[in-house]
Design a protein. Structure first.
Length: 240
């Protein structure tokens, strides 16, 4: 039971970047890399009995301090370490841990904006695994006009632990419309937007998420009636 408690505390500490953990090498040696990946060169070798300090986790790698320098240790090599209480431990291989603990996302999506080709770039910040906010910049190119939009949205994910996770959200922003006219020069129009969105996220692997969404927007105009726009989009996000 004591070993299980220590394992859980280790996982939590590495996930949230809490207190540093002091350990010692319990096998002949472990390799320490310059970065979080097998492609990074091995800069140091920690021998049996030498101390390490575990700092933070990034996917399959753990940042450590060895002889006052920072290196990266493979997750699998954690089995070669022991704590001050001589307890062995490891970090769960459940990659959904990284997915659920992400804080930032960068995304790119493509689709249809009321019959026009649509492109979108976005950046998101996650307050928790259930709630996040996203700033999105989009452009739609059509035969009659070009549209550029900027929207800030809040999304809710009721089942964030699922690989295929639904989400919904609301947002507001601005839409700039540039008509494509030849004979008559028509001024650009700037209108407010209010939107709702339904979509799905699929955790692919590592730091990649596939996304699909439907967005219903109302364009607030200075005329008596407002316009409604349907946007279908498909794309991906990377998180860190």
């Amino acid at each position: 039971m004591r070993g299980l408690i220590l394992l859980l505390l280790t996982i939590v500490s590495l996930s949230v970047g809490a207190d540093d953990i002091s350990v010692r090498v319990n096998t002949d040696f472990v390799n320490l890399h310059s970065g979080p990946g097998r492609g990074y060169p091995i800069l140091q070798v920690a021998l049996k009995g030498e101390p390490l300090t575990l700092l933070s986790k990034r996917t399959d790698w753990v940042q450590v301090v060895f002889k006052q320098q920072r290196y990266w240790l493979a997750r699998a090599d954690l089995a070669a370490l022991v704590s001050a209480e001589q307890q062995h431990f490891s970090i769960s291989d459940n990659r959904l841990d990284d997915y659920q603990q992400r804080r930032f996302e960068l995304g790119a999506m493509f689709g249809d904006f009321n019959g026009s080709s649509f492109y979108q770039l976005s950046v998101a910040y996650l307050f928790s695994e259930f709630v996040h906010t996203e700033l999105a910049l989009g452009q739609a190119n059509g035969e009659q006009a070009d549209n550029v939009s900027a929207e800030l949205s809040v999304y809710l994910s009721p089942m964030p632990h699922w690989h295929l996770s639904p989400y919904f959200g609301i947002g507001a922003g601005v839409l700039r419309t540039t008509p494509r006219t030849v004979l008559v020069q028509t001024p650009d129009r700037n209108n407010a937007l209010a939107s709702t969105e339904l979509g799905l996220r699929y955790y692919v692997s590592r730091n990649f998420i596939a996304r699909a969404g439907y967005r219903r927007s109302v364009i607030v105009t200075d005329r008596n009636d407002n316009e409604e726009i349907d946007t279908w989009k498909l794309g991906f996000s990377v998180f860190f």
